[in-house]
Design a protein around this ligand. Structure first.
Ligand SMILES: [Zn+2]
Length: 172
């Protein structure tokens, strides 16, 4: 049990009951995510609804999960807060059941036995994790944009590319 959430769930059973799970999960329970971060601090906020929906009453899981992790900016190599938000919408099926659903353009989760909630949540975060995390350009210490915009000759910004060029020429 973490933050009011069960450690393992059977999403299809929960969908039958129309359950909603809301709570917090510590990032340190998600080892694969932690490997991509600078530390294991932080807590994920999870809000998931399980229900039977759609025309054919298929079990569904949908909701929102968000977390702020400490990542490394790949431009300046400094630490940065990286917010991950996942909004999964998954059709739930048992193994061997409704294979037509699984080949359609809809995300399906095949559930055989009760699954780890933190792994389920972690999988969703890994899907939205950027391949190359970076600060916003304006916020990154290594950004050329910032140097140009904050230069004391900001009024002469248009001249800047040429002064850089002449600097290069002089070094030759
Ligand atoms: Zn940066």
């Amino acid at each position: 049990m973490f933050g009011g959430l069960p450690a393992t769930i059977d999403p299809i059973q929960l969908a039958g009951k129309g359950a909603r799970l809301r709570g917090k999960l510590p990032v340190k329970t998600m080892r694969r995510l932690v490997e991509l971060c600078r530390d294991d601090s932080g807590e994920a906020a999870v809000d998931l609804v399980f229900e039977r929906g759609g025309a054919d009453g298929m079990p569904l899981m949908h909701g929102t999960m968000s977390v702020t992790v400490r990542a490394t900016c790949q431009r300046c190599l400094e630490g940065m807060d990286l917010k991950l938000v996942a909004e999964p919408w998954l059709v739930l099926t048992r193994p061997g059941e409704r294979e037509d659903i699984q080949v359609r353009e809809v995300d399906a989760l095949v559930v055989g036995k009760p699954i780890s909630l933190s792994e389920l949540v972690e999988d969703e975060f890994l899907l939205v994790m950027p391949m190359i995390p970076m600060h916003d350009e304006q916020a990154c210490p290594a950004s050329v944009y910032k140097t140009a915009a904050n230069g004391d000759d900001a009024g002469n910004k248009t001249n800047k590319p040429f002064s850089v060029l002449s600097g290069l020429k002089r070094k030759k």
